[in-house]
Each structure stands twice: as C-alpha cells, then as structure tokens.
Design a protein around this ligand. Sequence first.
Ligand code: PHE
Length: 497
Amino acid sequence: MSLGNNEKKMLRCMRSKQENIWTLKELLEITQWNDQVHVAGAGKSLDENEFVETIEKHMKFITLGTEGLKATENNLLEKRIWDWILSQEENNRTMDELFKAGFERHEVGPGIGLLKSLGVSIEKGIFIFTNEEEITGKISERVRFIQALSVGKISFEELDSELVRHFSGRKNLINIEEYTVREWKLTEKGINIPDKDLEEIELIGEITPEFLQKEGWENASYKEFDINADTPIPVGGRPHPMQSLIERIRSVFLEMGFSEIEGNYVQSAGWNMDALFIPQSHPARTMQDTFYLEEPEKIDIPDEMLDLWASVHESGHDTGSLGWGAKFDKEESKKGLLRTHTTVNTVKYIAENPDNPSRVFGIGRVFRQETIDRTHLPEFHQIEGIIHEPNASLPMLISTLKTFYSKMGYPDVRVRPAYFPYTEPSVEVEVYWRGKWLELGGAGIFRPEVTEPLGSEWPVCAWGMGLERLAMLVLELDDIRELYQPDLERLSRMPIL
Ligand code: PHE
C-alpha cells in the first residue's frame, strides 16, 4: 500500500511527539491544514492501515432549552408558586388568590402538577403540605441546576442524573447534545515506518501531451483514479431528434437500394399541381391552403409542357382519359408557391429521366396554410419516393412500404383504399401502434395523365408520408409542437433514434 501525501504529512507530524494522543485541534495546528476534512480523511486511511489508532469518545452535553432560558430570568414555575404560597397566610393559600396574584391560567395547571409531585395537596381549595423544608430543598436543587446551566453547556456526567431525568421530562427545559470526538494515537507500526517512506511524492493528476514528451514520465507517480466514482453526466450537443429520425430514414432507404433526390422549396403551381393532374379548381389550390409567392410571382415553364398539361386537363390528350373538361389556365401554372408536397420532386425527376428505370426517395420540408395546433404545423417534412420501372405494380409498392416500416420498427402495416387526383389505385398507409392503426401517408400508382406528359411509358409506384407524424409516434409525443420548441432540457431527454 502506498500512502498519499496527506497521510504521510499527518504521520510525520504525529511522529514529532510520539507519545501524544492528538486532538483534532492539535492536528490542525501542527499540519497547518485549514480544513478538518483533511485530518478526518487522512486519519481514517492511516487507521485502516494500522499506522494510527483512532480513539472515539462519545460526549453528551446538557444545555438549556427555550423554557430553561426563560427560567433563568423569571425563575422556575414551581419556585415562583412555592414562594407565593409561603408568603401567604395559611387560609389565603387558595387557587383564587393565586390567580389574583397574577399567575396565568396556562401556568397554574402545570404549576399545581409540579407542586403535587413535590408533596403539596389541595383540600377544599387550600394548598396543604407537611414537609415544607423538604419541598424547599428540592426546589432549590432544581433552581441551582438551571442556574449552573445558564453559564454554558455541562457534560452529562457532571450533572445529577436524577435531575437530568426530571428536566428531560419537561418540555423545552433542557437539550441533550451528543457528539463523537476523535483523537489519534500512533501505533507501533506508525512509529517504526522508515522516514523515507514518508517523503512527499509529486503526484501527476493530469497527463498532457507536453508532459509525456518530457523525460521522467516513466518513473512518475500518478494520482489514482476511482473509475467507479459518480460523475456528472456531461450535457453536450446532440442531433435534434428530427434530424436523427431523418438520418435513420435515409439509411433505411439507401439500404433498400434507393437513391436520394432533392428539390427546391420554391416551385411553380404547374409542377406542384398541374403535372399531378390536380384540377385547377381544386380547393387545396386556393390561398387558404397554399402559400403563393409575390417574389417570384411567376416561374417559367416550357411551352411544350404547358401545352401538354392543358391538353390532358381539358380533354385527356391521348391518355385514354377524358380530362377534367374545364379550361386550363397556363398563367395559373406559372404562379410561384412554396411546395405543398414533395411529390413535386419525384414528378420532376421522372420528367428529367423518363427512360431510366429508377428508385429514388427524398426527404424535405413542405408548406401549407394550416392553423397551428396539437397535430398541425404550417411547415413540416415529407418522405417521398417512387419506383419507376417496367414492372412496377401495386403489390411491389405495398411490399416496399412494409419493408420500410418494419426496418423502422413497425412491422404491422396495412393499406386502405383512398383517393388522390394523381394516383389510381390510391391507398392510405397505416401502421399499428399501441392498439391503434395510425395513418401515416398516401401512396398509389401514378395515373397515365401524370406519367405520359412527362414522357414515361412505365408505371410508377409513388408514396408520400408525413415525417412529424412518424416522429410523434416514435418519440411518444402527443403534441407536435414539442418537436420544435427550443426547450433544450426536453429535447435532450428525447431518445436518440
Ligand atoms: N402527396 C400526398 C400528400 O401530400 C401523398 C402521396 C404521394 C399520395 C404520392 C400518393 C402518391 O399527402
């Protein structure tokens, strides 16, 4: 066992007077430590290693309580009543007279109890006693006891135990204080330990690159580490829960062989809606639902594209559809807006790559004029994806989504018939969570009205789902706003996904 520097110092000091039994005060003086914790700590480990012996003394002191302090001024209650009784004519020693003499009601009750226990009795309302001297003597003893304590605390042993017991039974007259006092004494082992073992050694606490580059680190002594000691949990940075969820989704799709695509927030109504065969009269296209922009107010779209969409919307072009029948407004198509869904990205991707089979996904922010509440935000994220290839089919779409959700930890997925202007068939995707089916998004096969103007001849499996919905589910939130409030405390408690 190697002694620490504090232990060595304490031992060296104690060896200067080997025969001493050292008190805390003496040790503080000789070591010049200003904190008794050092003496206690070094003493404890020296004792454990048998260099010193700790002598513990349990001390008990008596001090005056609040009532006891009052008694030093006003005298003890029994003394005051007794003095009054003795000062009265025998037939005047009545309760009534006692009250008249100024004793309070709350004093008289306990006071009489005390006198009775000393041998006073009451007959026909008059205080009677036979042993005046004895009572006076006992009361004087009590008075002396209190007076002695008025100077300061007195050790239990020095006091009359009978009186201590008596006063302990009375409320707040005295307090009993108990201490343990330690003293330290050298053992044979402590006396005989060679001086050289008590030399102070510089202990290295911090190991720095500079220190390791110098000579001497091989033979240095190092401070011991207690690897089991409690330490504060460092609060450092961490990814926002939404960011880690996005990362996880990204890695699942990449693992499933999809490539990631991106797009801008600012889009034209043409690409965001017309390309998707959303009728220009559709209610979701109004200002109540969509953020239209003043800057850019219009976005250019190639004329060929506008002609195609006009033809499809008005009469179905040659897609086999009848179209919507209404007049198509090309100026409406050019309106600038904040994208309302990420389907605009996948549609543009098909237009740019009509002949290449592809499996792509995108994660991005979308914007809708929503009133903020527990489940709605005007700005949220969608996960979008397509499979664009000759054999794309509804079963392929469904099994792809099932695979995705089960990799995310939700193996129970079902689809229900739904409607979107741009898919046929259309489905709603639901996952089972805590006894409930929760709707997470929409999917379907793009209609020919969508794909043919883009130049594609293959079916397209397409889906889009809300990310915040999924986040609420995995983070077990019941208010979507919690995700975006700058409450670092709460965010740091959310699980890392
Ligand atoms: N765009 C739809 C939405 O925002 C989801 C969807 C995407 C539906 C692709 C079908 C196909 O809810």
